[in-house]
Design a protein around this ligand. Structure first.
Ligand SMILES: NC(=O)c1ccc[n+]([C@@H]2O[C@H](COP(=O)([O-])OP(=O)(O)OC[C@H]3O[C@@H](n4cnc5c(N)ncnc54)[C@H](OP(=O)(O)O)[C@@H]3O)[C@@H](O)[C@H]2O)c1
Length: 325
């Protein structure tokens, strides 16, 4: 099979499109023919050796796929050959024509769902869902501020915030991105390259601050939000796309009576598999109802996967980028 392979940690430009041995499903595993791959910001970090996981080289990056079941390993009875499925990976392996996955992490795709949507529904959407439900405990009627709101996980947080019934304020770096976030349901918008984020949040909340902030950006935007939280608020630490991991004067949490909660979806799926399965059921239901639907910004062939990663890490994506082998 063909794969896009990291031979040694370094630049994504050094990824090689080449043949790899076909994988074989072992006990408890499923072999899937990959039809669509979701591209995520951490894919680039993984190749550069800057991510939490450091698989042994050579490996194909990529953490989410959809496709068709090709064969079943011993002991797997819950799937049939030819069935359409989606799955996360063990944080790598997705940028390939075929992949072997533990059956326990594979989900059947509802009939109404395309391969592209299936591949886009996991990391970005799953993180937003877990962040807002389990970590943020977002309630209908509360005010949610989403940073990087036009990005992969940001736009998912906008849609899920609306599905839960919150008032959603999108914060982005351009008018074009704000218009996109509003078209996806955001009630208000803040352009944080032109407006003072802290003041704008205060103004839009009558001085109360945000009940929940969903932050995949970090840096200056986090600093501003750490000073504009509501009493009993929840500031969700999701990622650091800005490149700076912020530091928090913890007295702010005491004075303003808010909590800071870390969000790590991959570990959540392993440590709380039943809650993850329940989340997936809710996501499928919201998708059926038309409330949550990943927006595909661009599609690339597997051999052009480097361009796909660069589009995501280059700050110019609205929604999700997909690779199709
Ligand atoms: N904790 C978890 O479980 C988990 C899961 C998935 C992703 N993440 C993390 O969440 C972050 C976002 O992931 P994503 O897939 O949504 O990425 P994405 O689609 O590229 O979105 C990231 C957003 O961050 C903003 N940004 C600000 N400064 C940036 C910079 N210097 N370079 C690039 N983007 C910048 C951009 O919005 P503006 O231009 O509007 O500022 C961009 O839309 C990443 O750090 C990723 O590692 C965490």
């Amino acid at each position: 099979m063909k794969a896009l392979v990291c031979e040694a940690y370094g630049s994504v430009d050094d990824l090689v499109y080449r043949d790899m041995p076909d994988p074989v499903a072992g006990p408890g595993e499923v072999l899937v023919e990959v039809k669509a791959i979701g591209v995520n910001f951490p894919d680039g970090l993984l190749v550069e050796g800057k991510y939490q996981a450091r698989p042994e080289c050579p490996f194909a990056p990529g953490s989410e796929i959809s496709g068709d079941v090709l064969s079943l390993g011993p002991g797997v009875n819950e799937f049939a050959v030819g069935e359409r499925v989606l799955s996360l990976t063990t944080s790598y392996g997705a940028y390939a024509e075929k992949i072997v996955l533990p059956a326990r992490v594979v989900h059947k795709i509802p009939a109404s769902m395309s391969y592209e949507t299936g591949a886009a529904l996991l990391a970005a959407t799953g993180t937003a869902h877990h962040g807002l439900r389990q970590r943020g405990q977002l309630q209908a009627g509360e005010t949610l501020v989403v940073l990087g709101a036009a990005g992969g996980t940001g736009i998912a947080a906008v849609q899920i915030g609306k599905a839960i019934g919150a008032r959603v304020i999108a914060a982005c770096s351009s008018e074009e991105k704000l218009a996109f976030a509003k078209a996806q349901g955001a009630d208000e918008g803040i352009n944080y390259t032109k407006q003072d984020l802290k003041l704008a949040i205060k103004e839009l909340t009558n001085g109360q601050g945000a009940d929940v902030v969903y932050d995949p950006v970090g840096g200056d935007a986090f600093d501003a939000c750490s000073r504009s939280m509501a009493w009993n608020g929840r500031l969700l630490v999701v990622g650091f796309a800005s490149g700076r991991i912020p530091e928090l004067p913890v007295n702010l949490t005491l004075v303003k009576g808010y909590s800071v909660a870390g969000v790590f979806w991959g570990t959540f799926t392993q440590k709380q598999p039943e809650d993850h399965a329940e989340n997936m059921r809710e996501l499928f239901k919201w998708h059926d109802e038309g409330k949550v639907a990943p927006v595909i910004d661009a599609e690339f062939a597997l051999k052009d996967g480097v361009q796909a990663i660069k589009k995501v890490t280059g700050r110019n994506v609205m929604g999700k980028v997909i690779i199709k082998p």
